[in-house]
Design a protein around this ligand. Structure first.
Ligand SMILES: [Zn+2]
Ligand SMILES: [Zn+2]
Length: 369
């Protein structure tokens, strides 16, 4: 099944997220299975639309798709595709469109859960921890249904009709000349409200449990990498969501990372740059020799292959890119002044004149002769 995500949503490759969302709504409405029951072709199309939107609505996935195509997404940390489509997300889109009209027929619709099952937490790593991988113990909290009130949130298990919506679970709101139907915020669409709140969960119907887990951070992770820890998310009945750990990497004082490549600035004395030299420089994993040619220029870059970061997905090593920074002496003693003047003379550079004039004086003279 080969199809292009941009084509399926009928958007250009540089479409912004707003355009993509609008295009998705349009296409998803057109091919929604509720409107085209039993039609296999539309069902397939609907799946494709959702797969395309799942990727193109996620900046990270979209970038990978743009660069490497679908193959790039397969081995992605964090799972790549969720397999089917994301009903929660779809529920959001349709409820904002139709006042939750589609909600009732959805598998796993929002009203069944009081909370999303998946959790995302951030994890900050030192530069070297991300480059070389590490083991981390992370603390987090997950939600689980309250046992003492059987997840109702009600002390006596009793509920009354929601006074805000009168039990319908929906309220109408006026926006300009348009009337919208929205899920009742008071009862979240259930149509019921609680008289006496359960003291255990304060009427929430769930409790938060503190937990910790050890996870292996693979070598080469970078900012925005998401690591999925299966079944460690929120609990509901016999279901467990996943825990997503989003990586944030601290900057290093010396090494600057750009994808799998690493940059380092190396100070070089002006005489070393003039003479050429072989200089021992640090790398991520130790040291190497930087060979400077005679007359190396300030900010000149040298690529040292395979001394960068090992890509977490492809296992390929990036490069180390060395940029030299030419250092001039800030103070000179008498002897150094003598030596430098001698050196200058040997290059026939005269004090008070430009180092080279490329005939500019003769040219200016010729304009006025
Ligand atoms: Zn409770
Ligand atoms: Zn209500």
């Amino acid at each position: 099944m080969e199809f292009d995500y941009y084509e399926i949503l009928e958007v250009s490759r540089d479409a912004n997220s707003d355009t993509i969302k609008k295009a998705y709504r349009k296409q998803a409405l057109r091919y929604h299975p509720d409107r085209n029951q039993g039609d296999k072709e539309t069902e397939e199309k609907f799946k494709q639309i959702n797969e395309a939107y799942e990727v193109l609505s996620n900046a990270e996935k979209r970038e990978i798709y743009d660069r490497y195509g679908k193959d790039g997404l397969k081995g992605m940390a964090g799972g790549g595709f969720s397999g089917g489509f994301d009903f929660d997300d779809l529920g959001d889109i349709f409820s904002s469109f139709f006042g939750g009209g589609f909600g009732s027929s959805q598998k796993g619709s929002k009203s069944r859960y009081k909370y999303a099952l998946d959790i995302e937490i951030g994890l900050t790593l030192e530069f070297n921890e991300a480059v070389f991988g590490c083991e981390k113990e992370i603390k987090y909290r997950y939600k689980t249904p309250c046992q003492s009130c059987n997840a109702t949130g009600s002390k006596d298990g009793k509920k009354q009709t929601c006074p805000k919506c009168g039990g319908s679970g929906k309220i109408g709101i006026q926006q300009g000349f348009m009337q919208f139907v929205q899920t009742c915020p008071e009862c979240s669409g259930t149509g019921e409200s609680i008289k006496d709140k359960c003291p255990e969960c304060s009427g929430n119907g769930f409790n938060e449990i503190s937990d910790s887990i050890k996870i292996n951070i693979p070598e080469g992770v970078d900012n925005a990498t998401r690591i999925r820890v299966s079944q460690k998310g929120n609990r509901y009945e016999d279901m467990s969501g996943d825990l997503y750990v989003r990586i944030v990497v601290k900057d290093d004082e010396h090494f600057l990372r750009n994808g799998d490549d690493v940059y380092i600035e190396i100070p070089v004395f002006f005489t070393q740059a003039a003479l050429g030299d072989s200089i021992k420089i640090p790398t991520l994993r130790g040291d190497t020799i930087l060979d400077l040619p005679v007359g190396a220029k300030d900010k000149q870059q040298f690529v040292i292959p395979k001394e960068g970061v090992k890509n977490a997905r492809t296992k390929q090593l990036g490069n180390l890119i060395v940029q030299i920074s030419i250092q001039m002496p800030k103070k000179l003693n008498d002897e150094q002044i003598e030596l430098l003047k001698k050196l200058q003379n040997s290059f026939s550079v005269k004090s008070g004149e430009m180092a080279t004039d490329k005939g500019i004086w003769d040219k200016i003279k010729s304009w006025f002769s």
